[in-house]
Design a protein around this ligand. Structure first.
Ligand SMILES: [Zn+2]
Length: 71
């Protein structure tokens, strides 16, 4: 099981984190995630600040491990 950083947002990873985690794979992720449910963080009361579109931890984890296996 790989270890990813703690999501900065209550709902998941921010766009910045996604880039840090996936590196070159971020474009592949975006293509893969088309049509999937995306989280939208609107800040309080759910989160400390509005992060906009966030990426669910389970999706990022799944994508990252599938990609690790295929390389
Ligand atoms: Zn947030």
């Amino acid at each position: 099981m790989m270890t990813l950083p703690e999501p900065a947002c209550t709902l998941g990873y921010t766009a910045t984190q996604l880039g840090e985690i996936l590196g070159d794979g971020v474009d592949v992720y975006r293509a893969w995630a088309v049509g999937k449910t995306q989280g939208v963080c609107e800040g309080e009361p759910w989160c400390t600040e509005p992060h906009g579109i966030v990426h669910f931890e389970r999706d990022v984890t799944r994508f990252k491990s599938a990609r690790a296996r295929s390389q």
